[in-house]
Design a protein around this ligand. Structure first.
Ligand code: NDP
Ligand code: GDR
Length: 353
């Protein structure tokens, strides 16, 4: 029997990689896409199928995490074996600007999907994966962070995801739903959204190398993140949903890197090595070769409350799921810079636009 999966957030970075993986595994994949004034299917273009083909394997449904009746109808129509709840207002800094919307989409949106399973009496059929996050750890309580580390959210995003985490645990315990949390540390790729720090850096390094941008403005260079590759993390999501018993797992590399170091790597890979001079908001990055000022700190990117250090311990995932990662942050930076150089070289008009 062909398995049917429903992915919310299918147009995002992880949704695109997960949809690809599930199609390779022979699933019929249904994705929830919200209405946008443009197509917004760029990340899934190569797997997108015309709805008129016979027996399509990827089917998109219009939907929104803030619309309960819509979600119930989609779940009813699809009757999924597995739901992967990846949709979210996922930008931490933006959540300080749109806290109520973030809570609605990320926290109550998760509840709406779990309720859909319950209302439709799919508790024994539909497995549920919740995209939980290392942002739950927030203010450092223990390093490395693992499944038992106490949470201390530091943003409206993290507070909303805290609700999503616990409501998933609660529906597992209260109604016996196979509902699991993946507590994923930062994962990146050439498909990463352009305003997250890694992609912002790799795009800028590529653009500066090609003479199309003068300078990169960043916020807190001291923050440390455990960066892995999104392609490898969606494999972990699938493994979590395949376990006999639902449970919660950390996926991480166990290596942490300063934002400043990621900047150095990206500019090196773009062929313009830089060095940092100065301190605090006066710290600046200069090209080693000709002394050009290429990186500046702009306090507008500082967050009202910051998460200083994330480093995860993926031991449980390795031992119970057999999940491992191959790509470390250094290779990740290179892959992203090379991809951005390629994109910019082949699409000069898009850049100018
Ligand atoms: P993206 O921001 O790339 O993708 C988010 C997806 O959610 C997009 O498809 C977006 O649609 C969709 N979405 C946003 N709001 C709504 C809404 N109201 N209704 C329906 N769809 C909506 O995130 P990632 O792919 O990086 O992350 C996937 C999930 O994993 C998110 O929940 C994120 O919070 C979580 N996470 C991510 C980590 C990471 O490092 N990437 C780490 C830990 C957790 P649109 O394309 O229209 O914007
Ligand atoms: P994060 O990712 O907040 O960890 O959330 P992001 O890449 O936005 O920030 C990482 C760190 O870099 C610092 N930083 C900047 N960040 C951005 N975006 N822009 C800048 O100019 C900049 N300068 C410095 C930040 O302050 C921060 O410390 C991501 C998202 O994918 C979440 O959805 C997910 O849950 C977590 O990862 C795990």
């Amino acid at each position: 029997m062909t398995k049917r999966a429903l992915i919310t957030g299918v147009t995002g970075q992880d949704g695109a990689y997960l949809a690809r993986l599930l199609l390779e595994k022979g699933y019929e994949v249904h994705g929830v896409k919200r209405r946008s004034s443009s197509f917004n299917t760029g990340r899934i273009e190569d797997i997108y199928e015309d709805p008129h083909v016979v027996d399509p394997q990827l089917i998109l449904h219009y939907g929104d995490m803030t619309d309960a009746t819509n979600l119930i109808r989609i779940v009813q129509e699809v009757q999924p074996d597995e739901i992967y709840n990846l949709a979210a207002q996922s930008h931490v800094q933006v959540s300080f600007e749109t806290p109520e919307y973030t809570a609605n989409a990320d926290a109550i949106g998760t509840l709406r999907l779990l309720e859909a399973i319950r209302i439709l009496k799919l508790e024994n059929k539909t497995r549920f994966y919740q995209a939980s996050t290392s942002e739950l750890y927030g203010l450092v309580q223990e390093v490395p962070q693992r499944e038992t580390t106490p949470f201390y959210p530091r943003s409206p995003y993290a507070a909303a995801k805290l609700y999503g985490y616990w409501i998933t645990v609660n529906y597992r315990e209260a109604y016996g739903i196979h509902a699991s949390n993946g507590i994923l540390f930062n994962h990146e790729s050439p498909l990463r959204g352009e305003t997250f720090v890694t992609r912002k850096i790799t795009r800028a390094a590529a653009a500066i190398a090609l003479g199309r941008q003068d300078r990169l403005y960043l916020g807190n260079l001291d923050a440390k993140r455990d960066w892995g590759h999104a392609r490898e993390y969606v494999r972990g999501m699938w493994l979590i949903a395949q376990q006999d018993e639902p449970d919660d797992y950390v996926l991480a590399t166990g290596v942490t890197t300063e934002v400043r170091e990621f900047v150095r790597w990206a500019f090196e890979d773009a062929g313009i090595p830089i060095e940092f001079r100065g301190e605090g908001i006066d710290e600046k990055g200069y090209a080693k070769d000709d002394g050009r000022l290429l990186v500046e700190v702009d306090p507008r990117y500082f967050r009202p409350t910051e998460v200083d250090l994330l480093i995860g311990d993926p031991t449980k995932a390795r031992e119970k799921l057999g999940w491992t990662h191959d790509t470390g942050p250094r290779e990740l930076a290179r892959e992203m810079v090379l991809a951005d150089l390629e994109i910019m070289r082949s699409a000069p008009i898009a850049k100018d636009a």
